[in-house]
Design a protein around this ligand. Structure first.
Ligand code: COA
Length: 328
């Protein structure tokens, strides 16, 4: 198929009802609302209740995206679920979502790229659609991060939250949809944000659980600089590839990792506050779910209009990063 781009045809998001506020965290670890607000920008985050699992919210977000795209689940031929908190090791969460949706004609799989997972998914779906391999892709970012958070470690427990976001993509005319998409990684940063136990290297045992080896460990301070640099560089790359500048961007939706990271990247790119979307105060960092949740909130609020140029950028554990530029 010649001269088509992949465009977003519908979006959706969902999250648990449970809310964990900074005041709640003040009772659990030595922290304060003032520190969290000033250093990260978060006021509250969603927290799944016992018995709630990743695909539950992924399916809800996906159903919304499917309805808004006015398609039938049987039309979906590619289903990508970005997550680092799968329902279970086998099968993929993508396959579990596929069965729940009745998307029986899809090839379903998971993408493990941490906070960049959704942009990895958009990039792969874009390639599959432009080459005619796919005509209808469902890309999801979904996480229950709070199950992997150590609520005695103040440097990580204040940051992460739960949720899911989804987008349906299909062919659109060549001037619209995804104009440029890039993904990158550097495994030399692997131990800056990782979960040491629970895999084949440190198999799960009573001892690894008791010593919290399945919890996320993060060297946040070191990652901060890499995050700002990588997100800025990859944003410039996609803008250049599409032959536009930051002045042309209508809305910048970065991964919601830290308000100071968002502010630093936007400032380096020259995108003023009015064109930057932030929901970190309400959701915290939801890893792969953060960009699709934010995107759907912007759609619902009417902040994105036809023809708008929307820039997405992410950075996450791995390290991984990505940039996607869309003409809405
Ligand atoms: N409440 C109060 N104090 C805290 C705290 C908390 N929740 N968390 C850390 N501190 C303390 C530290 O113990 C340290 O104290 P010390 O100076 O006495 O040792 C001090 O605050 C500074 O710690 P530091 O880690 O340098 O803080 P920071 O300003 O870098 O903020 C992060 C920490 C994690 C919020 C920040 O580094 C960050 O957002 N990093 C990037 C994360 C990222 O991009 N991850 C990948 C994508 S998800």
């Amino acid at each position: 198929m010649a001269n088509v781009n992949a465009g977003v045809l519908g979006t959706g998001h969902a999250y648990p009802e449970g809310i964990l506020t900074n005041a709640d965290l003040e009772k659990m670890v030595d922290t304060s609302d003032e520190w969290i607000t000033k250093r990260v920008g978060i006021k509250q985050r969603r927290k799944a209740a016992p018995g709630e699992y990743t695909s539950l919210f992924a399916v809800r977000a996906a159903r919304q995206a499917i309805e808004r795209a006015r398609i039938d689940p049987s039309e979906i031929d590619l289903l990508l679920c970005a997550t680092v908190t799968p329902d279970q090791i086998l099968p993929s969460t993508g396959c579990l979502i596929q069965a729940e949706l009745g998307a029986n004609n899809a090839a379903a799989m998971d993408i493990v790229a941490a906070c960049s997972g959704f942009l990895y998914g958009l990039t792969l779906a874009d390639t599959m659609i432009r080459t005619g391999q796919s005509r209808c892709a469902l890309v999801i970012g979904a996480e229950i991060l709070t199950q992997y958070v150590d609520y005695t470690d103040r440097s990580t427990c204040v940051i992460f939250g739960d949720g899911a976001g989804a987008a349906i993509l299909g062919p659109v005319e060549a001037e619209r949809g995804i104009l440029a998409a890039r993904i990158k990684s550097d495994g030399r940063f692997a131990e800056q944000l990782y979960s040491p136990g629970g895999g084949t290297r440190v198999p799960p045992t009573a001892e690894t659980i008791a010593t919290g080896q399945h919890f996320f460990k993060m060297k946040g301070n070191e990652l901060f600089k890499v995050a700002v640099r990588s997100m800025t560089e990859i944003s410039r790359d996609v803008l250049e590839e599409a032959g536009v500048t930051a002045d042309d961007v209508s809305l910048f939706i970065p991964h919601q990792a830290n308000q100071r990271i968002t502010d630093a990247v936007a400032s380096k790119l020259g995108v003023d506050d009015a064109r930057v979307y932030s929901n970190i105060a309400m959701h915290g960092n939801t890893s792969s779910a953060s960009i699709p949740i934010a995107l759907d909130e912007c759609v619902e609020a009417g902040r994105i209009k036809p023809n708008d140029l929307v820039l997405l950028a992410s950075f996450g554990g791995g390290a991984t990063w990505g940039g996607v530029l869309l003409r809405w």
